[in-house]
Write a protein that binds this ligand. Structure first.
Ligand code: ZN
Length: 116
């Protein structure tokens, strides 16, 4: 099912509009209010995830210098805003890896370093 139709929003809806529509849909389809609507609820949650991924993915990654990482046994780690962390190893750097994703959330950072 079309996630836009499911949440009853326009194709160019902004992230706050998508969130508002999602919360409205959740209220309308809550199993406590509507008997046997759990399938709808799952579809709504799926639609929301699809839409929010689409609207947030083109965002450029934040640049973090390797100096801000902490080294433990050749593994460099940096805390994320969530309780997770980013980690990059010397082998990753030798392979030219710069983009690192958080261990728990969907955030990605670009690690700045120069090979010695
Ligand atoms: Zn995170």
């Amino acid at each position: 099912m079309d996630p836009y139709l499911l949440l009853n929003i326009k194709r160019d809806a902004t992230l706050p509009e998508i969130k508002a529509a999602y919360h409205r849909a959740l209220r309308e389809h809550h199993p406590d209010k509507v008997a046997g609507s759990t399938a709808d609820l799952a579809a709504i949650q799926h639609a929301y995830r699809v839409l929010t991924k689409e609207t947030t993915s083109p965002r450029p990654a934040q640049v973090v210098s390797l100096d801000e990482f902490e080294e433990t046994n050749d593994v460099f780690t940096h805390p994320c805003r969530c309780s997770g962390s980013y980690s990059i190893t010397e082998a990753d750097m030798e392979a030219g890896t710069h983009l690192v994703s958080c261990s728990t959330c969907s955030e990605v950072i670009w690690v700045g370093y120069q090979l010695i």
